[in-house]
Write a protein that binds this ligand. Structure first.
Ligand code: ZN
Length: 267
């Protein structure tokens, strides 16, 4: 039989013999490889799940053969008080308890931002504008009231409570997630509060506010990141260094701080 095969194709016979001789070993080796890969995946899945980015993050936790605490993928607030991030994904853990300074029209802001705010308004007024803070610090209770008023509004238009709540939450932030609760942001308009003169104030702010530490917090084209539809009147204090970089690069506070983009709003 070997002779017949030899005449047909010598090379094939050689492979045939090799295969017969080593078949068991090869099959055993393949079986071991499959089992090892299977076990590795199962172990990985069991402990970590199959998210490749998570696995990559966790892999970096083993350094010099020592097992360290898993790196947290979550965002960590900056130690710099000026850079606190507040949005739906990052609510304020504790209610504001700092010192407030009352402004001309009854609003108030965190006392630490007041000197820069005042200096900025002085320069704006010297440039012939008449800026006004229409909203500053808002307590958690006021925010809760604002939300519940909005829900009642929608109910009075005939919506169910569930629908009304959903609609209201698309426009009013949940207590604890509103930046106004930090006392470090201001809604600005002109004293006349009409659109034309207010637009001039906002234009001035967009060009000059960062020198005093203020950024345009919710640009229209960044709503997918901030989760808030454009609010040209809303400015946030972050300090001049961060503000100048943020405004120059045209980024958001979320991007500046490396916080994951939050989920957008429903509408
Ligand atoms: Zn605002």
């Amino acid at each position: 039989m070997a002779d017949t095969e030899k005449r047909k194709d010598p090379e094939k016979i050689g492979r045939g013999r090799m295969w017969r001789e080593y078949r068991n070993e090869v099959l055993a080796a393949l079986a071991i490889i499959v089992v090892v890969i299977g076990v590795a995946f199962w172990v990985n899945n069991f402990f970590y799940g199959f998210d490749p980015t998570e696995i990559a993050i966790r892999d970096t936790t083993v350094q010099n053969g020592e097992k360290k605490e898993p790196a947290k993928a979550e965002f960590k607030q900056s130690d710099d008080w000026r850079l606190i991030l507040v949005n739906r994904d990052h609510p304020l853990e504790e209610e504001y308890s700092g010192e407030l300074t009352e402004l001309r029209y009854g609003q108030s802001v965190d006392s630490r931002i007041y000197p820069d705010l005042q200096a900025m308004f002085d320069e704006m007024r010297a440039d012939g504008l008449s800026p006004k803070v229409s909203e500053g610090y808002r307590s958690r209770e006021d925010q809760a009231q604002k939300l519940s008023d909005k829900i009642e509004d929608y109910i009075s238009y005939g919506k169910s409570r569930e629908e009304a709540t959903e609609l209201a939450l698309a426009r009013v932030e949940e207590p604890g997630t509103c930046e106004h609760e930090t006392g470090m942001c201001v809604d600005i308009s002109s004293e006349e509060e009409d659109n034309e003169s207010s637009s001039e104030v906002w234009k001035w702010m967009d060009e000059n506010g960062s020198r005093y530490g203020f950024i345009k917090r919710y640009p229209y084209d960044k709503s997918d990141i901030t989760g808030i539809k454009g609010e040209p009147w809303h400015y946030r204090y972050v300090g001049a260094e961060a503000a100048e970089e943020i405004m120059e690069k045209g980024i958001t506070l979320e991007e500046y701080l490396g916080a994951a983009p939050r989920s957008g709003r429903s509408d």
